[in-house]
Design a protein around this ligand. Structure first.
Ligand SMILES: *[C@@H]1O[C@H](CO)[C@@H](O)[C@H](O)[C@H]1NC(C)=O
Length: 364
């Protein structure tokens, strides 16, 4: 018998942590959007000797002082605040939805339970309902995004959902990715709508603003929204790349200057030093130009340390019409062909109208 009682007591303690005394478990505060509803998660307990008095005759009332009640579950339609008792009082569940809240309803409420053989104001616990005109800002977690390209990113957006019949709709500015929505419960049993956006970070996202908007549809049919955002900071390691024109036309006998810049993979960045030389080729075997050897074929204009590979090639002939690519050769392990970008130099036949190519330095 004693053992059974202990089990009962422990079960009771685990369930509510408030056995056998007058108490409500309600949130301390809930923010509600004006014109919207609020669902109050609520449970209560009474001294054990009154347990049998909690029966089908009970009604729940929400009050902010001893005299007035704002809601009465026995007459929800003529209450100052209309609503609906959601819980079953005989199970000590006093969860209540109050509809169409107005700023003047911002008060500290307490529960009253009134039955044929029992009545009690649960004054020790109060719920502050704050009715606001502006919807709350959704929360982004994490609040900043700084990752490397290729990382799988999960951004969580959450917004309070005080009105269970009208949870906020969460939308993302950014549609590349998988979205999973759910309604979650806070520790005080208020609800929060969450949306998790999962995507793989790419350099294309860098600098983009990612925002989450919470749209609150209100009971009067109107809606209000608020949003929050972050700017994606995505880093990536540059591959070996050159940047130069796709094609250059040049008159036979003239020189040509190839505007050129390049980038190397991150781990080679420090290898681009004064020992490096610029080489131009059009196939694997033929070196057209090498800045290491004194040049009549051309000269390197750019400074390789500044990733500038701008080069002038002299005395171009029609047979030099080829696709050229840049190569870097340093006195360390950096020796690399940049084959992905090539410049197509087409040398056209001699066309003598000196004034038409004064800008071209004829090296003949
Ligand atoms: C969004 O929320 C913030 C903080 O809660 C508030 O100051 C702001 O006015 C809200 N914006 C809109 C558009 O309601």
């Amino acid at each position: 018998m004693a053992a059974a009682l202990t089990v009962l007591l422990i079960g009771c303690l685990l369930q509510t942590a408030l056995c056998g005394q007058f108490k409500t478990i309600i949130p301390k505060t809930i923010k509600v959007l004006s014109g919207s509803c609020v669902t109050i998660p609520c449970s209560f307990d009474v001294e054990t000797r009154f347990d049998s008095n909690i029966d089908g005759t009970c009604r729940a009332m929400w009050k902010y002082d001893e005299e007035t009640f704002m809601f009465d579950s026995s007459d929800p339609q003529s209450s100052a605040i209309q609503g609906e008792l959601k819980g079953d009082l005989t199970r000590k569940d006093c969860s209540t939805t109050l509809n169409n809240m107005r700023p003047e309803h911002s008060k500290e409420y307490f529960l009253r339970v009134q039955c044929n053989n029992f009545r009690h104001n649960f004054l020790a616990q109060k719920l502050h309902i704050s009715v606001t005109d502006v919807p709350p800002t959704p929360t982004l977690t994490p609040s900043t995004l700084k990752v490397e390209e290729g990382t799988s990113v999960s951004l969580k957006c959450s917004a309070p959902a005080p009105c269970l019949s009208h949870p906020p709709a969460l939308t993302w500015s950014f549609s590349l990715g998988h979205i999973q929505e759910s309604l979650q419960e806070n520790q005080d049993r208020t609800k929060v709508q969450t949306s998790v956006l999962t995507f793989t970070a790419s350099r294309l996202h860098h600098g983009k603003e990612i925002s989450c908007t919470a749209i609150y549809n209100k009971q009067d049919g109107s809606s209000q929204s608020n949003s929050t955002s972050l700017t994606a900071d995505i880093s990536w390691s540059a591959p070996f790349m050159t940047f130069m024109p796709q094609t250059i036309e040049v008159l036979s006998g003239s020189c040509v200057t190839i505007p050129c810049s390049f980038d190397v993979e991150d781990k080679y960045k420090s290898k681009v030093d004064e020992t490096c030389e610029a080489v131009w080729k059009y196939d694997q075997w033929t070196v057209v130009f090498n800045s290491r050897t004194p040049q009549t074929t051309g000269h390197l204009i750019g400074n390789l340390k500044n990733k500038d590979c701008t080069t002038t090639l002299n005395n171009m002939r029609p047979e030099n019409s080829k696709k050229y690519f840049f190569r870097i050769e340093c006195n360390n392990n950096l020796k690399q062909d940049f084959k992905t970008t090539q410049v197509d130099i087409s040398v056209t036949g001699r066309f003598y109208s000196p004034s038409s190519y004064t800008s071209v330095n004829n090296s003949l």
